[in-house]
Design a protein around this ligand. Structure first.
Ligand code: DGY
Length: 322
């Protein structure tokens, strides 16, 4: 029987994914189930055929300069690939793949959870119950902002943005969006296209960020762009923390210029700017956008499809465009 390919697996995955890994590969495991440093990953990769990594592992230019020649495929367990230096990946000639498409619903669900949680002051409400202060609550306390009849601005109308639009429509929200170009399907469903982010921001009572992280989108939301939003707007981010200038958003949340924010992603995560932590109007989650059993399994299976295609001499089904 031919020997199985050697696969470096940096994290522990769902049972179905683990079963397939055990069946098809000689797996090199990271017993600690924590992100590997570039040095640890290079050491583990020596003589390996492929790497199955998480978005917490940073593949920078020095990593690609040192990656062992035995490595023929790299698959990240994420749709986002801001942790990978694309120019260096291209120069290395190693096919690198991600997991688009399979996490749209799970991530859009979390965007909806944040919209509801931030607008209905779910964090403060939970605290009131748990602290035993509920009996002191007055009728005008904890009033939120209603989704029905509000405008939801979606910055980046990709698959996740469209899945959120579908959900928000059912809550009676009107959808406005900014994207590289208008999308006929979204227009047919009544969504209103804005050809600039500035125009979108001016219209949006609620803003949900869905653009990829890049040099162009870094700190998209900052003091200047916050000032374009209507007074008391609500901001949601399930994309990447780097799209938000934290200091500017924290100042706007403190002053009430922004009524509330719902954030699942943070620049520098898992570290979180401490300014958010004592803000009652910041509804914070630890990057759980794709965290359902079904979605994490689909992501793992797609990552393995990508690796096995390359090891069988085929292009990966979902390559990262280099
Ligand atoms: C992704 O897949 O990019 C999600 O944000 C999880 O990291």
């Amino acid at each position: 029987m031919p020997s199985k390919p050697i696969l470096v697996v940096t994290r522990h995955f769902t049972d179905a994914v683990e079963t397939r890994i055990a069946r098809d590969f000689e797996a090199r495991r990271n017993p600690n189930d924590r992100a590997l440093t570039p040095d640890e990953l290079i050491a583990a990769a020596e003589g390996a055929d492929a790497l199955f990594i998480s978005p917490a592992e940073k593949l920078d230019a020095t990593f690609f300069a040192r990656v062992p020649k035995s490595v023929k495929a790299i698959a990240t367990f994420s749709v986002g690939y801001d942790h990978i230096d694309l120019a260096a990946a291209k120069a290395s000639g190693i096919p690198v793949s991600n997991t688009p498409g399979v996490l749209n619903d799970a991530t859009a669900d979390v965007a909806m959870l944040l919209l509801l949680g931030a607008s209905r002051r779910a964090y403060e409400s939970q605290q009131l119950v748990r602290s035993g202060e509920w009996p002191k609550r007055k009728p005008a306390d904890l009033l939120g902002w209603q989704l029905t009849g509000s405008i939801l601005g979606i910055y980046g109308m990709g698959r996740i943005g469209q899945a959120l639009a579908h959900r928000a429509r059912a809550f009676g929200m009107t959808i406005h969006y900014n994207n590289r170009k208008p999308l006929p399907e979204s227009e047919a469903q009544g969504a209103i296209f804005h050809d600039t982010p500035e125009s979108l921001l001016r219209a949006s009572n609620f803003l949900s960020i869905h653009a990829p992280s890049s040099a162009e989108t870094k700190h998209f939301l900052n003091r200047k762009t916050i000032d374009l939003l209507p007074q008391g707007a609500i901001v949601i981010n399930t994309a990447r923390g780097a799209l938000v200038n934290d200091e500017d958003l924290i100042a706007a949340l403190r002053s009430g210029r922004i009524a509330a924010a719902g954030l699942d992603v943070f620049e520098g995560e898992p570290n979180v700017n401490p300014g958010y932590l004592d803000l009652p109007n910041a509804y914070l989650l630890p990057h759980i956008g794709s965290a359902t059993i079904e979605t994490r399994t689909a992501m793992g299976m797609l990552a393995l499809d990508n690796i096995q295609a390359v090891l069988n001499g085929q292009p990966p089904p979902t390559p990262i465009p280099l």
